[in-house]
Each structure stands twice: as structure tokens, then as C-alpha cells.
Write a protein that binds this ligand. Structure first.
Ligand code: ZN
Length: 339
């Protein structure tokens, strides 16, 4: 009973926050959120980088925030760690393959997702020159954090695309291969060069192993940058895409944070979207035609009147790691096909 009335109060508080037209507010009404919790600051000087494990994650999590940064005159960069090329069900569908897809089918499918990403981000006001496709192996990132970390081991080979390295044109650093330290080095180069004021990255609790691994790689790279540039400061912010049935368990216009995840160091950050931003986000989501064909119900669930983020404690992560930290999660059956 007490829980129910508390929820009603919280819902009311959140609704009043959402009446702020297009502004960015911190959900201060939630327990664990200190009264002086800072909100996300979006100004003309904002430099936002979104690290997306796969093309579509950036729009699902932050399609509204990306628009707000652009509308404020800020700069947005999106870095795709993989091109999402290992999603076999969708490869068959999009490439019209009856049997087992070939390496070429998977690679072609990855290019299709890159093409869709450019179309989606154009709708949000971000040009193709602001997108970086690193071309690391979809469904292989956790292996790079441990076994395939350094040159002491042969580079990882994707069982899907059959590649051991990104296409040359996608590599920042020459001779990049599918090794963990190569990925950390590329991410550190991007962060050190772009100098983002906000970094958006998945939470480690995200139940897709590539998402969890993306957190570890970005945190490792950020540590490298801060050792070389001790004065560098950024606002490190987390998003979530895969967490049990979160996002698809209701069709409330307001997206609530997952109940059993902690709110981070400054409370849940709720970003309200204007009607126009919601509509543009929906159009951008639908530009991912391959994903809409395979699982439109999941993508549509992220088009709401707000987006939800949190801030992690300052990470102290140093790769490689010898034990698995990402594969312990058990994705729900309805989500195992999502790449
Ligand atoms: Zn993803």
C-alpha cells in the first residue's frame, strides 16, 4: 500500500518534469537522488559521444538527447563498436538466404546496417562524417577482453564474417586487428582527440554481452586518456537497452527506470522529449529497416516521451581480465536474437 502511494507520487513528479518543453531535467524525486544532483547539461559547447555496440542502440537509448544536443548547437559523434553483422535470423531475411549465410552475406548485412545508421542519424541532425564504424566483431567483444587481448595470442576470427580485422578504411590505427588492446587503443584515440563533454555508454548490467563489454572497453580507454591527460574531464553517463523485460513490459508513454537497478551516483536522469523530438526519434528508429523487419516491437518500445540515463561511479577498470564478467547474464528468450 505504502509502495503503491509512493509510486503515485513519483509518477506525478515525473509527469510534472515532462511538462518542461524540451529541456533536460534530473529526476530528483526518486529515492537515492540527492537534492543537489546535477542534471545533464546541454549547451552550445556540448560535445556528445555515443558509444553504440551495434547500429540502432544509439537511437533507441538517446535519439532524443542527440537531437537536443544538435538543437543547442552542440556536436555529436557516434562510434559503432560493431556493425551488428552476426544477427543470423535477420541476415537470412535481408539477404534472402535460405540456408547457412556465408561470410560475404554477414559482411554485406553489416554494410546494410551501416547504411541504415547513416539514414537514421541524418534524421536526427547528425551527418555521416560524425559516425565512426570501428568494425569489431559482433558477438565477440567479451572474448577480446580476456583471451584475445594482446599479440601474445592470434587475433580473434569472427565465425560470422570470417574476418580477423576491421576493413582497413574503418581502422583509426594502422594494423588494427581483433584484439582487445587494439580496441581500447582506438577508443582512447577517439576520446582523447574528440574531447567529449558527455560520454554515453551502456551500463555493465546490460544483459547483451556486447553491451556489457562496450562498457568495460570504454572505461578502460577512459582510464588511459586520463593518465595521459590528467586535466581531462567528462560527464560519463550510462544507458540501458537490454535488461530483463525492461522497456517492453508496459506501453506507458513515460519510460520508468528499471526498478531493481541502482540510480547511480546522482539519481536517475530523465530527459523529456518534445512531441517533435518523439516523432523524429520514431522516424529514425524506423530507418533501421532490417531491425524493424526482425523485431519492430522491441525498437518501438523505446520511442517514449522521455529517455532514462544514470551516472556510474568513476570506473577503475584495467583490462584484460581473466574471468568472465559479462556472460553471467541470462538474456530472456525473447531477446536472445537481438544483436
Ligand atoms: Zn545492441
Amino acid at each position: 500500500m505504502r509502495h503503491a502511494s509512493l509510486k503515485a507520487v513519483l509518477a506525478l513528479a515525473l509527469t510534472s518534469l515532462l511538462t518542461l518543453a524540451g529541456g533536460i531535467a534530473c529526476d530528483r524525486a526518486r529515492p537515492g537522488s540527492p537534492p543537489d544532483a546535477p542534471s545533464l547539461s546541454v549547451v552550445a559547447d556540448t560535445r556528445l559521444v555515443v558509444f553504440a555496440p551495434h547500429p540502432d542502440d544509439e537511437v533507441l537509448a538517446a535519439g532524443g538527447l542527440i537531437q537536443q544536443v544538435r538543437e543547442a548547437g552542440g556536436t555529436v559523434r557516434v562510434v559503432y563498436i560493431t556493425s551488428g553483422d552476426s544477427y543470423t535470423v535477420s541476415v537470412r531475411l535481408e539477404q534472402h538466404v535460405g540456408g547457412r549465410p556465408t561470410g560475404a552475406n554477414y559482411r554485406e548485412y553489416g554494410h546494410q546496417r551501416e547504411f541504415e545508421a547513416r539514414a537514421a542519424l541524418r534524421i536526427l541532425g547528425v551527418g555521416a562524417w560524425s559516425l565512426t564504424f570501428l568494425g569489431f566483431p559482433n558477438d565477440g567483444l567479451t572474448r577480446l577482453m580476456s583471451t584475445y587481448w594482446s599479440e601474445r595470442h592470434a587475433a580473434y576470427r569472427s565465425p560470422y564474417t570470417r574476418q580477423r580485422r576491421p576493413a582497413q578504411s574503418e581502422s583509426f590505427i594502422p594494423d588494427t586487428e581483433y584484439r582487445g588492446e587494439d580496441l581500447t587503443q582506438e577508443l582512447a584515440e577517439i576520446i582523447g582527440d574528440f574531447k567529449p563533454t558527455i560520454i554515453l555508454v551502456p551500463r555493465p548490467e546490460d544483459q547483451h554481452a556486447d553491451h556489457c563489454a562496450t562498457w568495460f572497453f570504454v572505461a578502460d580507454a577512459l582510464g588511459d586518456v586520463m593518465r595521459v591527460q590528467p586535466r581531462f574531464h567528462t560527464d560519463l553517463v550510462n544507458y540501458i537497452v537490454h535488461y530483463n523485460s525492461w522497456g517492453v513490459e508496459d506501453d506507458d508513454p513515460v519510460l520508468q527506470p528499471p526498478e531493481d537497478l541502482d540510480a547511480g551516483v546522482s539519481g536517475w536522469l530523465t530527459v523529456p522529449l518534445t512531441d517533435r523530438q518523439v516523432q523524429a526519434k520514431r522516424t529514425a528508429v524506423h530507418a533501421y529497416k532490417s531491425q524493424m523487419d526482425a523485431m519492430g516491437w522491441f525498437l518501438d518500445a523505446f520511442v517514449r516521451r522521455n529517455e532514462v540515463f544514470s551516472r556510474p561511479p568513476l570506473p577503475q577498470i584495467s583490462l584484460p581480465i581473466t574471468h568472465s564478467v559479462c556472460e553471467d547474464f541470462e538474456p530472456p528468450p525473447s531477446r536472445t536474437h537481438k544483436k
